[in-house]
Design a protein around this ligand. Structure first.
Ligand code: FNR
Length: 385
């Protein structure tokens, strides 16, 4: 298959990408104490600098927004200083890096909350699936969250706005709002998790209000050409349920379209749950087929792509760029490997979250792999498990 559509340049707002192979946001739970990025994190991102653009792991906008152990934040001076190690490592080698910012909402645990009370949510509804991850990496049942008071919502918006300013101070080229995968902004969008009766619940306009207020406040702070938004229209992770998701996302994406953002980043249906579709030949509609007409700007697509299917999606106009997640975990030189049609390292799932260099900075490049034993390489076509 001809991969040439992956290798043409692309403009995303203020960013000029030399090609279309993006590194997806990937939580790795390896930040230092206090959610401060370390030299090891800088090494990891620096190794992946040939990506058209790196999107960081979800980074918390406030202590209340933390939901996992050892994840980074962007709300303290120490965190900003730590992230400068990362942005400097990437920029020194000519790369581009965007910070994904998140508030976990109910996908959290009281151990992370500043006052040790239960996590916050649109409504006091517990996620029916999954478990909380405690600071010492134990999986425990979720607690029933507390509904945010209406007068607390401006503080949430402000935490995102300040985080975006902090990201810029730390040297990031742009910011991506994490509106996907069942976290706070997504919890507000869906009528299964949002039963509010104030201006932030009920109608589509009301459920989308928090996300759009966050978007508008960040546009105001750092400019629309340095802001992207990630959504998962078919996402079920975090027990996301909606009575009419297509209408919901047409509305939300249409509203984002009016704002002229740098890009929209959508997760495809085949990666909607915790893992990929069982049958890789199963046919799903591309997000673009349903939502493209609502958004008149560049679209990044993610979820279960191989180099071949990514090139095809771009060729057919179903994406402008493709973000690779697990392949970027396992292949620091993914861009060079795709360019050279080389085999890809297989990812090692047990080392996704937490730990040190192993499974993080020690995946071999192609040049190194001739002397490396673990992890082994597998052909592209069979590498997704
Ligand atoms: C993810 N994903 C993810 N998404 C996101 O928006 N923010 C995040 O911090 C993370 N973290 C994360 C960690 C790990 C270990 C995995 C495997 C995934 C989802 C990711 O960005 C991507 O959408 C999926 O991995 C699907 O793409 P691939 O892996 O099929 O290319």
């Amino acid at each position: 298959m001809n991969l040439k559509s992956l290798f043409t340049p692309l403009r995303l707002g203020a960013l000029e990408l030399p090609h279309r192979i993006v590194m997806a946001p990937l939580t790795r739970m390896r930040a230092g104490a206090g959610g401060v990025p370390t030299a090891m994190n800088a090494t990891y991102y620096g190794q992946r600098v040939a990506a058209a653009m790196i999107i960081t792991e979800a980074t918390c906008v406030s202590q209340q927004g933390v939901g996992y152990p050892n994840v980074p934040g962007i709300f303290s001076a120490e965190q900003i200083a730590g992230w400068k190690l990362v942005t400097n490592a990437v920029h020194a080698r000519g790369g581009r890096i965007v910070q994904q910012i998140v508030h976990n909402g109910r996908m959290s645990h009281s151990a992370y909350m500043p006052d040790r009370s239960v996590p916050v949510a649109p409504t006091a509804i517990i996620s029916a699936f999954g478990q909380a991850f405690t600071p010492d990496f134990q999986l425990v049942p979720f607690e029933t969250p507390r509904a945010l008071e209406t007068d607390e919502i401006p503080g949430i918006v402000e935490s995102f706005r300040q985080a975006a300013l902090n990201s810029r101070e730390a040297g990031f080229d742009a910011v991506e709002i994490h509106g996907a995968n069942g976290y706070l902004l997504d919890q507000f969008l869906h009528d299964g998790s949002n039963k509010r009766t104030d201006g932030y619940g009920g109608s589509l306009e009301n459920r989308a209000r928090l996300l759009l207020e966050v978007v508008d406040s960040i546009v105001d702070a750092i400019g629309k050409d340095r802001l992207g938004v990630r959504l998962s229209p078919y996402g079920t992770f975090g027990d996301m349920v909606d009575s009419d998701p297509i209408t919901l996302y047409k509305f939300v994406i249409g509203e984002l379209g009016k704002r002229g953002l740098a890009y929209l980043h959508l997760i495809e249906a085949r990666a909607s749950g915790v893992s990929l579709a069982e049958d890789p030949t199963e046919k799903f509609a591309y997000n673009a087929e349903i939502f493209r007409s609502a958004f008149d700007g560049p679209m990044i697509s993610a979820g279960g792509y191989t180099p071949e299917s990514a090139a095809e999606a771009i060729e057919k106009g179903n994406a402008d760029a493709v973000a690779f997640g697990r392949f970027y975990i396992a292949n620091p030189d993914l861009y060079e490997r795709i360019k050279g049609k080389s085999s890809l390292n297989k990812y090692d799932r047990p080392t996704f979250y937490g730990g040190g260099d192993h499974g993080y900075t020690d995946y071999p490049t192609l040049a190194e792999s001739s002397v490396s034993v673990v992890p082994q390489t597998t052909p592209v076509a069979t590498a997704i498990s």
